[in-house]
Design a protein around this ligand. Structure first.
Ligand code: T4K
Length: 402
């Protein structure tokens, strides 16, 4: 078999762009309003539409200019400053950077080898009453964490659970492999735990150029006593924090940031939201095309052991992760795809967070995550990538392994 070299590079992802005419119509409205940022009408409409899509009340959502600042201000509003927070090393750096930036200390626990998400059984021994302030699991690649397991820990130790749901847009709670579905209590993954953050970066299946949102419960009182008594909801607190903590013309109530989503971002988000079902269906087809080639091939080594396998699919197919038998095989496939086939896969998430200088204090503490990070590769997937090209990429991988 001969490997296919693509004429134009195939990147790991490309953002969906709405028809220009549709975007222009929205721009005309923005021009008429002459309102560009600071909680404008487009941002308010986007928040309302998102709340409907995510099946949460409009009072329990806040939009930000990116997912990282959403996390940072969310952590801050939940009062995590100065405490330890148990989280996963198998994630993008933003999950922990946002903790460090508010003066919290990330403590790393290992992951579940099937879902690749933080494992509550590994978390519990690390909880220190009075010192541990929260748990931050990540729905990695859109796989749902063990929500029931974390709910039990939250209840037992009285600490909040804040989900980094950056990859989990379009996923429902019933997609959790660990728990009995309880749709009457909570059908949206956004409503699990005390707070969830969704990223709307263009590398995500759903985007707003840059952007992010927090969805939160509001039955807990983590508010700072320094706050103005009028801002007595978590939403009001987050709205203040994303706007320098300026509460009124004469009041600045805390040290906030500038983390507001602008009107053009919100317009892009609204356009993409209209397309969400197609975006999800397309990715399902891509996953099926990879599976058709990779799962049926059963590439075996000399001793009969597998050499490559597709990881279990997440409900939104946000990523297509494959696992190889060794670091050397993964590196060979990653390099040859790039150099011989013009295909740019990515090693999300390698190196592991604990290999980076700011988190090296925890190096060696999470062997499962270290092993997975050394063998995983995420393959191209995006709206517009054709099934024939996907099958050719998969065939190329088999050829490299042959
Ligand atoms: N938590 C988790 C678990 C996350 O994964 C992320 C972000 C966050 C929190 C933080 O959320 P944000 O603050 O980003 O909203 C990318 C993204 O920059 C990052 O958003 C994402 N996770 C992470 C997993 O991946 P890079 O360094 O891989 O991006 P980059 O620029 O190399 O782009 C990847 C591919 O996409 C390239 O091949 C080119 C293509 N691309 C990219 C952009 C930006 C396009 O075709 N068009 C584009 O506009 O980090």
């Amino acid at each position: 078999m001969i490997m296919k070299r693509f004429e134009t590079p195939i990147l790991v992802t490309r953002p969906y762009l709405p028809p220009l005419e549709e975007f222009k119509r929205g721009c005309e409205e923005i021009w008429r309003n002459q309102w560009l940022t600071n909680n404008g009408p487009m941002v308010q409409r986007f928040a309302a539409e998102l709340a409907r899509y995510l099946n949460v009340p409009e009072t329990n959502i806040a939009l930000f200019n990116n997912g990282t600042l959403a996390l940072e201000l969310g952590y801050y509003a939940m009062g995590l400053t100065g405490g330890e927070v148990i989280t996963t090393p198998f994630t993008f750096v933003a999950t922990s950077h946002a903790l460090k930036r508010i003066g919290a200390i990330p403590v790393f626990a290992d992951i579940d080898p099937e879902t690749l998400c933080l494992d509550p059984k590994k978390v519990e021994p690390l909880i220190k009453p009075g010192i541990t302030k929260a748990i931050v699991p990540v729905h990695v690649y859109g796989h749902v964490c063990d929500i029931d397991g974390f709910a039990r820990l939250s209840e037992k130790y009285g600490i909040p659970v804040i989900y980094d749901a950056a990859h989990a847009f379009g996923v429902n709670r019933e997609d959790c492999v660990h728990s009995t579905p309880t749709p009457s209590i909570c059908t949206s993954i956004a409503a699990c735990g005390d707070m969830s953050m969704f990223s709307f970066h263009p590398t995500k299946l759903f985007h707003s150029c840059e952007g992010g949102c927090l969805v939160f419960k509001d039955d807990i009182d983590h508010h700072s006593p320094t706050l103005n008594s009028n801002s007595n909801s978590l939403q009001a607190r987050l709205f203040d924090l994303r706007n320098f903590a300026i509460h009124s013309e004469t009041e600045c109530v805390d040290v906030g940031s500038n983390a507001k989503m602008n009107e053009l971002q919100a317009l892009m988000g609204l356009c993409c939201l209209r397309k969400i079902e197609d975006l999800l269906t397309w990715r399902q087809k891509i996953y099926d095309a990879y599976a058709e080639v990779i799962n049926q091939a059963e590439v075996k080594g000399r001793g009969g052991e597998w050499r490559v396998k597709l990881l279990q699919q997440s409900a939104n197919h946000a990523y297509v992760p494959v696992l190889f038998d060794s670091f050397a095989t993964r590196e060979k496939v990653y390099t040859e795809l790039k150099e011989k086939c013009n295909v740019f896969s990515r090693r999300y998430f390698y190196p592991l967070l604990t290999d980076f200088a700011p988190y090296a204090y925890a190096k060696g503490t999470c062997p499962i995550a270290e092993d997975i990070a050394s063998r995983v590769l995420t393959l191209p997937t995006y709206y517009g990538l054709g099934s024939a090209d996907v099958r050719a990429i998969a065939q190329n991988i088999l050829e490299i392994l042959a």
